[in-house]
Ligand binder design. Structure first.
Ligand SMILES: Cc1cc2nc3c(=O)[nH]c(=O)nc-3n(C[C@H](O)[C@H](O)[C@H](O)COP(=O)(O)OP(=O)(O)OC[C@H]3O[C@@H](n4cnc5c(N)ncnc54)[C@H](O)[C@@H]3O)c2cc1C
Length: 394
């Protein structure tokens, strides 16, 4: 099939949160962008749909703590241009029971290293501040919390849509129901193979998350990835008051299994909770969308111990986690193909989506990768280790 003329300077493959942000930041530079999404824009089959995602400065390494500041900044730019709020500050508490599977010192030391304010509080203080926890049984006095006042919520589906709208408003050409079948680097440029033919672009950004290895296969490059079918549940409660923003924080239970949850926010009419890495491995193309009843029960039982009361019959939504071996991001040019960049959020990337977009736009325009991207190199040894679930407990 003969290549047609250059369609754009840059092609973005995959228009979830990361790809939509990339299209926006490229268009913001005045670069001509064509974006390809295999499903309809705003679909529910990947990782960037649903209501809300946690944004936080509290992380297990100083690098992530530092980068998270840039993540907030990059969302603020989207807010300024869209005149829509992206970040809702709620406060957040990372909960560490005695002998927790996740070492609290990785968090407190990282926050200290970056001079980011937080409080180290005990279970009694946690219950005093957020009475919903007092109705439960597991936030005992010896449970400690890292309280981060900057923690908040960013809207997954709506945020992705806003970035798509901003990109299109600045001239980006975003195509839904347009699967890319292959990418072929040639003469420093790239041929994109679609069902409509072959187009040539100057460079490509691959933000295909669970489907990444399918596109890298033709380039003889693969990354060990685990795709899990995760789910979030919305539990109806007779009284939502104790769970409202201001009365209830974003919380993360830092143990194995690990759970997390949100205050009631926006048009939510139920309390959201979920388990981290509790899902089974799936193929993103053949998976079902059926909630896992055992996961729902496990979560319901945990919510009851956390906040008392009844936690049954939730509405549950499934979603895909794409995990790297070391659970660190990938954000780099491909070895041997400088005109092809790739990014993976390693199942904690949405808070960084606009930052990913800003960084990938720079790479796609030939700018050197900054030092802050070194931990996310494609060639790092830890990325190519076999998958080991224990490495995800961070
Ligand atoms: C339940 C759950 C909770 C989470 N909670 C948080 C949280 O609190 N905070 C946080 O920061 N992160 C969180 N994450 C992680 C975060 O949502 C993801 O890291 C992020 O959304 C990944 O975005 P993406 O654009 O890379 O992936 P996706 O949104 O999956 O986008 C990839 C896109 O590429 C498309 N595509 C693939 N192959 C092709 C092709 N060949 N041609 C065209 N299109 C293609 C796909 O259809 C898809 O739309 C959570 C994820 C889940 C599932």
């Amino acid at each position: 099939m003969a290549a047609v003329a250059a369609a754009a300077d840059v092609a973005v493959i995959g228009l979830g949160g990361l790809g939509s942000a990339t299209a926006y930041w490229l268009a913001r530079r005045g670069v001509s962008v064509v974006g390809y999404e295999q499903f309809e824009l705003g679909h529910l089959r990947g990782a960037s749909h649903d209501h809300s995602r946690i944004i936080r400065r509290s992380y297990h390494t100083p690098e992530y703590v530092r980068l998270a500041a840039a993540a907030y900044d990059a969302w603020r730019a989207v807010e300024a241009e869209s005149r829509q709020r992206m970040i809702t500050i709620t406060g957040g508490v990372d909960l560490f029971p005695p002998n927790a599977a996740i070492d609290h010192r990785t968090y407190t030391a990282s926050l200290d290293a970056e001079h980011v304010p937080y409080e180290w509080i005990d279970g009694a203080e946690i219950r005093r501040r957020w009475p919903a926890f007092a109705a439960g049984e597991i936030v005992t006095d010896d449970v400690m919390g890292v309280y981060s006042p900057q923690t908040g919520i960013v809207p997954a589906g709506p945020g992705t849509r806003v970035m798509q709208q901003l990109a299109v408003a600045r001239g980006a050409n975003l195509r839904g129901n347009s699967p890319v079948r292959a990418i072929r680097p040639i003469d420093g440029e790239v041929d994109i193979v679609t069902d409509d033919g072959v187009v040539r672009v100057g460079s490509v950004v691959v933000t295909a998350d669970a489907w990444t290895n399918r596109l890298l296969r033709d380039l003889d490059l693969q990354i060990p990835l685990a795709v899990l079918q995760e789910q979030v549940s919305y539990f109806p409660q007779a009284d939502l008051g104790p769970f409202a923003v201001g009365s209830f924080p974003v919380w993360i239970w830092m143990d194995d299994p690990s759970f997390y949850g949100f205050p009631v926010f926006g048009d939510m009419t139920a309390v959201k909770g979920a388990e981290d890495c509790g899902g089974r491995e799936v193929d993103p193309d053949t998976r079902t969308f059926d909630p896992d009843a055992a996961m729902e029960q496990r979560l319901g039982a945990f919510m009851q111990r956390l906040a008392g009361g009844q936690w049954a019959t939730p509405r549950t939504t499934t979603c895909l986690y794409t995990l790297t071996s070391d659970r660190d991001f990938v954000l780099d040019r491909l070895p041997g193909y400088p005109q092809v960049s790739v990014a993976l959020g390693a199942a904690h990337g949405f808070k960084f989506a606009s930052w990913f977009g800003r960084s990938l736009a720079g790479l796609a325009c030939g700018e050197p990768a900054g030092r802050e991207l070194a931990p996310f190199a494609f060639t790092r040894e830890s990325l190519h280790r076999p998958i080991d679930r224990a490495a995800w407990m961070v």
